[in-house]
Design a protein around this ligand. Structure first.
Ligand SMILES: Cc1ncc(COP(=O)(O)O)c(C=O)c1O
Length: 360
């Protein structure tokens, strides 16, 4: 092909999602494959959602509400905030890209951790901006070092709390003292994709209100994780009207499809499902901690639905060996893997396979 691609795109490697179950089944001739690679909800989603989506699917010829008014109203009611302070998107991933497109000029800097959600870096580079990478400290975001990295060129700071892939959480106090060091003309993109899984009782989970205190802060959340709607692609952002008005200028029309809107509204109504998912996750987490302890493996204490663990062997090798045996996990550089907490049955199978491949 003779058409040159933009120079920012040349060096990028595509986002690599967790391997689909069907691919692994075909490749290794396996009947039962568990995917513990993409931090999905092992309980599927609420039956209330399935019913609502089936009903809505009876007519697919009409475009969705481009403003997602009913979904905004449902979120506004749920949180007690204004409708104008909410923007639903096609997964929170879409918002990562919208923020980069709205706020990053070529040559600007965007600060992020080395181990964090990968879209921040891809979106930053795509805009011709410079990712400023700050190493995590003891698996956690190093907020002091991130604040020290701020320069006149900084436009966005990407904060994931709790963090993917390490699962760690920083406290609200730490966040407030961090925000004191952030100039008003730097946007803090605060990603709470896993907030509903947090078990630390001292953490209030009221972080969605932070944009009311800090006008340069946007708070991203998603229906993909504890609500189990990853297939439908729906997330939402809470932010000040002025920020959202600017983002709205480049938002694709009809960015959240109708089934996704209907599903998200129904999902919010079934908080019992959320509670059940939380409990299954907590039980699975304790089980996996015990198993890792028995195997003598080091891991980061997680406040999410996944655990970052050092398997002390080449992670890609372990990934392939587990996959051959029917469990897909996510390899990270060197000796780390990230495993999504599954049902107890999935967790037990994973532990048995891990023991086998590690010879423990
Ligand atoms: C930290 C974080 N943010 C955002 C996302 C994107 O989620 P979605 O686009 O499905 O809402 C993910 C997905 O894994 C994530 O881990």
């Amino acid at each position: 092909m003779k058409v040159p691609v933009r120079k920012q795109i040349e060096g990028l490697t595509p986002y690599k999602p967790g391997k689909p179950i069907e691919d692994v089944q075909r490749e290794y001739g396996l009947e039962q494959v568990d995917k513990l690679a993409s931090n999905e909800n092992p309980l599927n989603c609420s039956p209330v959602v399935i019913k609502a989506v089936k009903e809505a699917a009876a007519n697919l010829s009409i475009y969705p509400d481009g403003n997602a008014t009913e979904l905004k109203e449902a979120i506004a009611e749920f949180y007690g905030v204004k409708v104008s302070e909410i923007m639903p998107t096609s997964g929170s991933n879409e918002m990562v890209w919208l923020l980069a497109k709205t706020f990053l000029n070529p040559g600007d800097e965007a600060i992020m951790a080395d181990y964090t959600f990968v879209s921040y870096k891809i979106a930053t580079i795509t805009m011709g901006a410079v990712p400023v990478i700050v190493p995590v400290k003891d698996f956690s975001l190093d907020l002091d070092a991130m604040a020290d990295a701020i320069t006149e060129k900084t436009r966005i700071i990407w904060l994931c709390n709790p963090n993917n892939p390490t699962g760690t959480l920083f406290s609200e106090e730490e966040l407030h003292s961090f925000m004191k060091k952030v100039p008003e003309d730097v946007l803090v993109a605060y990603d709470e994709a896993y907030i509903e899984y947090v078990t630390d009782p001292s953490f209030s989970k009221d972080g969605y209100k932070l944009y009311q205190r800090y006008p340069n802060m946007v708070v991203m959340r998603t229906f993909s994780k504890i609500y189990g709607l990853a297939a439908l692609r729906v997330g939402y952002t809470l932010a000040n009207e002025e920020v959202l008005d600017n983002i709205n200028k480049i938002r694709r029309p009809f960015n959240v499809n109708r089934l996704a809107q209907v599903a998200a509204i129904a999902a919010l109504k079934d908080q019992d499902f959320v509670k059940r998912s939380y409990e299954v996750n907590m039980e699975g987490k304790e089980y996996l901690y015990r198993a890792f302890d028995e195997m003598g493996l080091t891991y980061a204490k997680s406040e999410t639905n996944h655990i970052f663990v050092d398997v002390e062997k080449d992670c890609n090798e372990i990934f392939v060996e587990l996959q051959k045996r029917g469990t897909i996990i996510r390899p990270f550089p060197r000796t780390y893997i990230r495993v999504t907490i599954g049902t107890m049955e999935q967790n037990k199978k994973f532990v048995a396979l891990l023991k086998e491949v590690l010879d423990k």
